[in-house]
Design a protein around this ligand. Sequence first.
Ligand code: AMP
Ligand code: ZN
Length: 462
Amino acid sequence: MIRFHNTYSRRKEPFRPLVEGEVRMYTCGPTVYDFAHIGNFRAYVWEDLLRRYLKARGYRVTQVMNITDVDDKTIRGSAAAGVSLEEYTHRYIEAFFEDLDALGVERAEVYPRATRHIPEMVALIQKLMERGHAYESKGSFYFRLDSFPAYGRLAGLDRQGLIANFRVDSDEYEKSDVRDFVLWKAHKEGEPSWDTPLGSGRPGWHIECSAMSMKYLGESFDIHTGGTDNVFPHHENEIAQSEAATGKPFVHTWMHCAHLVVNGEKMSKSQGNFYTLRDLLGLGHDARAIRYLLVSQHYRKPINFTLDGIGWAGANLNRLGDCVRRLEHPSGTGENGRLAEFTRQTVDAFYKSMDDDLNSAAAMGFVFELVRELNSAGDRAELPAKNAGELQRFFGEVSAIFGFALGSELTLDQELEGLVANREDLRKARKFAEADAIRDALLRRGIVLEDTPAGVRWKKKV
Ligand code: AMP
Ligand code: ZN
């Protein structure tokens, strides 16, 4: 039985999806005004681990990740660069997918863009107006906080502190500034705007996630994720907007990852203490080691980021890779009973740890105990083919869940086959830009795709 920590109840709860065998989850995605930093990728890579684990546990997963391509920051950036919002965000959307590929993040099923869902947002605001949860002032629309008594539950806010009937126009604000928040911003000179039944203007940030999540996942769905900085005000506001409009519970399980920090401070653009993935790859670091660093710690514990940490992760990954390669050269005959028993116990402990709120740190700890045991059996030439086969199977599962190929050609091939299949699906769905991004990312890794009459083939660049 899988148990997840639910931010809403502040407890670990048994995970039961609303529809058996299926998980619908929504992930707050990037604001495409710049390259994402490695702190953002802590969130996206952890969400990928969650997705992969649910799949490994036999669930069908539908994941939706929004792309915020209109907000204060993207508008400011496009104005400074002197290009249209569309042109400005395009390059960062492309870069985002390239970075996801480099980090081995599986594609979500849908990446809705805010600018492509204005009618859905307008309809939601109209519904809130009809139900008395929203009001208009000078062409902007606001959520009426005192109309929604459950406001503040997710973030554990003291309702005494709420300042109703005053308004806040900016998308991001502190708990000390809880006010009626903006749903729709009246047109301002020099800003992009849409002509809609609400008048001319643009959406606030929070409404997009309510509108797009409910469009693709239904009014109630299983899991909503983000970093802890999303809890307030963003997710609190999403709950208010969605539940006030539908009268139904919005999300069953809220999951949030702790931050990637540098010297105790959240890595962020505004602090200036960030590395992008490109910075790190440019310094010669391996994307797989970065991924390892991000997924091998428990998601609810902060990760203190250092360049040495990437070195540590790379060394661990190499140890795992060496051990997997060793399995290709078994020794001894029959079965090593002690090692077989140790393997069974490790498999059990691994899945129990992952079932326990995705405790990847504990799970990897067990894997490394097995590595030690396996290496010493190998040193004594007591690693027969029967044991090696079971171990290979388990390491294959670990590598599929954690999303890093473990050294052997076999697992590398499997990863590539997965990417090739992913690209084919995207092409069939006529998502050519995303399909091409995979092809280009593979090319950068020295893999050439060939479209033949018999289907796609890949080969190493010579
Ligand atoms: P943003 O583009 O700021 O909305 O962030 C996108 C995602 O990255 C959200 O889920 C944030 O919670 C998450 N995030 C931002 N900074 C960090 C950080 N330093 N550590 C972990 N997650 C972060
Ligand atoms: Zn969101």
